[in-house]
Design a protein around this ligand. Structure first.
Ligand SMILES: [Zn+2]
Ligand SMILES: [Zn+2]
Length: 169
């Protein structure tokens, strides 16, 4: 996904449109491979009074698992990016938030894939109020109560609370 910027810089054209679909099935995020289907990157690089702007939409189908109950979760992830591409010959601008230094060409995949991964959620839930699994019998508590006694072991602080309670006796 290397795009030459020579024509933009020399004024032959004012913008370069792109629309890529790339295979990221080998890309690991949070110990999973969530991009089972190809990911689409589309947008343009345009010359705005001598400044190159990269605007793009990233559109990915994400295949993950609920962090509480383990159920497969599938959702659409959309990320919009808006970056400034500074020529390495300029030497004036600092590389920082949203600014990339580029030579005669820019590797769009490198910029956009890392942007997508930065924007991925650390935790996926099948629903905000997923009750998770019983830690004793493994039953899916969303389907109903299993009957286990889970009191006293819910948090590691429960034992500590009991210690304090004993002290007071
Ligand atoms: Zn769940
Ligand atoms: Zn149970």
């Amino acid at each position: 996904m290397n795009v030459s910027l020579k024509e933009l810089r020399s004024g032959v054209c004012s913008h370069i449109d792109f629309d890529y679909t790339i295979d990221l099935s080998k890309e690991e995020v949070n110990f999973e491979f969530p991009f089972e289907k190809p990911v689409r990157f589309f947008g343009s690089i345009s010359d705005m009074a001598g400044v190159l702007n990269l605007t793009a939409d990233i559109d990915a189908q994400v295949f993950s698992k609920c962090a509480r109950c383990g159920k497969p979760v599938e959702y659409q992830k959309q990320v919009q990016v808006d970056f400034v591409l500074v020529s390495e010959n300029d030497g004036t601008a600092d590389e920082g938030d949203g600014v990339f230094t580029v030579g005669d060409e820019v590797d769009l995949a490198e910029i956009l894939v890392s942007e997508l991964i930065l924007n991925m959620d650390m935790i996926t839930l099948c629903s905000e109020d997923c009750k998770g699994l019983c830690f004793k019998c493994g039953a899916d508590l969303n389907l109903g109560e299993c009957g286990c006694d889970r009191s006293g072991k819910i948090s590691p602080f429960a034992d500590l609370a009991k210690l304090f309670a004993d002290d007071n006796n």
